[in-house]
Design a protein around this ligand. Sequence first.
Ligand code: SF4
Ligand code: SF4
Length: 288
Amino acid sequence: MPKSEVTAVSMRPSIPHNEAGAVPGEVAIRLFFKHLAKPVDAPPPGEFADVLAAQEPDPTPLAEAYEFVRLNAALADNIGETGDERDLYVHLDKLADGVKGTFAKSYCRSGCSACCHYPVALFTMTFTEWRIVQRYIETEWTDEQRHDLAVRYRKTFTGLWRFMLMMLQNSYVGVMLAAPLMFPRQVACPFLVEDKCTVYPARPYQCRSFGYFSARTWGRTPKVYACNFQGEVLLEQLEAAGPQIQLPVMNPLILKIRKLCRGPRMALPLWVGIWVERYERKAVTPGQ
Ligand code: SF4
Ligand code: SF4
């Protein structure tokens, strides 16, 4: 897209726009973040001096990622199953790595977890993506990790929260009503431990793309799909670099992902809750 199309950045720690087209809840979610969400805390002075002092963008990594996607997009027929060029997660990761390689000025780094806090619970994932996470925790985790997930989940997502999530994922009125209760808590994703994602290789597409892509919604100009700090630093570099460097746009990839996804769509903690109930009934068979 031409540079001038990138005109705005999400100024809040926001859930990703997780659909390519308009969804009814998106109106409420936009209002919600505009009026009620708290901004991410400012980075501590000095801590990110390296980000601001980083070199100018190098277009090569992103150009190589685009070339990979151009050559292989037609082959993509699965999500998280094959780990090769047929796997859409591989395409997303290549593009995100391309952005990381191109833009040395980036706040996204291991240990930065602001975007894994409560609003994330509003994003939904289909059974197809959940199944990848579930397989990961059942095959790659120790039983101690599984036990800790159950404890963490029970401690945080009480009956009230589960009820709210069920309302929120289907109702923008619910989102608006619950917002004042939600944000003061800044609840973390159940998979976040010591500011690190414990299902990183299996994380859903929203988590793979947040901080690196732009998204076009409702036919309007694309927005950088990131928190305010990352979004601003990317926009600044895009402006400086000119039209030869563009962020990847999520929408075509989302359309492909949606075609491959099956089963119901639910908020991430609700999927975790179903799994925790099975785990507590000893119905989970690790390694299966
Ligand atoms: S988008 Fe990047 S900088 Fe922003 S909170 Fe997430 S990881 Fe941190
Ligand atoms: S799945 Fe991982 S990356 Fe995604 S919100 Fe949870 S902790 Fe963060």
